[in-house]
Design a protein around this ligand. Sequence first.
Ligand SMILES: *Cc1c(COP(=O)(O)O)cnc(C)c1O
Length: 366
Amino acid sequence: MIPFLDLKKMNQPYEAAFQEKVTAFFEKGWYILGDEVAAFEKQFAAYCGTTHCIGVGNGLDALVLILKGYITLGKLQKGDEVIVPANTYIATILAILQSDLVPVMVEPTEDTFNIDTSLIPKKITPKTKAILTVHLYGQCSDMDEIITIAKAHNLLVIEDAAQAHGAVFQDKRVGSLGNAAAFSFYPGKNLGALGDGGAITTNDDDLAEVLFSLRNYGSRVKYKNDYIGFNSRLDELQAAFLNLKLPNLDKDNQLRRDIASRYLAEIKNKEVRLPKWDFSNNHVFHLFVIRIKRRDDLQKKLFGNGIQTVIHYPIPPHQQNALKEWNHLSLPITEKIHDEVLSLPISPVLTTEEVDTIIRILNSFL
Ligand SMILES: *Cc1c(COP(=O)(O)O)cnc(C)c1O
């Protein structure tokens, strides 16, 4: 069986070094917000090219905390509208709702799966205060266009970078392209921990100051609380693991791109629509997503030949039971994409032979 994602194989090379860190951890006896979190924050801010990184509990919290941070600073208010792609993982939209803001969903382009920036201006009203874009599947959104629109209308730009650690847009890293960015270190992400974890990157000193406090009960000095805060801190042991993994992120992303290049060159099935990519480093292939009308038949055929695939995602956010108020929306491109997408295995530990097999079975699907 070729698993969709072999996390055991991906994490195994770090096991011995991590065991040493665990031993040191027991000796130190400092459990919350210690040296490992501080070191990771420093290392990840430098990697992304931002002045600040704030380690938090998970990716959803990272998004919520950015929005709550801007509410705390008076830059966003309850009821403000936030432009967001309709074609995303539901977390992006949940974060907006949990911050008492209003999501305004915009259709994607069929080539990139990312927000169609040409549709954004029509959605802007006097209540619009931010664009929360998603670098879906690891590919950068069209940040030139997003920043131009944001500047013209005085909007905040927030990146949901949960799928795009390390992607580069015109020499700048994801995480440094807008006012603030949210990352997830859920085990399956390009930079994955051994459990939940997340971070925010920003160059905004005021926002960073508020966030260091909000993630820790609204407090920077013990038992002195300045805000109605949260308990959402990056865990010390998860940070220790991430400190071991981060130095290999660029190499791992290149291995993903190498596999993507092979898929793009060698999958030759007329029914399969391949993703568009300009072969720059703007894509880190968190997922390699193809489209095909007979999606379920292809998934069965691949599975029958020992190849595990996943659908990201089967139901769009606006059609979920959780979002009843949005169920009436008609978003035909988003809906069609959800009916046709299939994610092939892609990861730094997928072997050449496994890629050969996947391509061969796909090309023999009639
Ligand atoms: C994974 C993910 C999140 C949420 O991250 P968690 O760490 O699971 O909370 C948010 N947005 C996108 C696009 C994601 O893929």
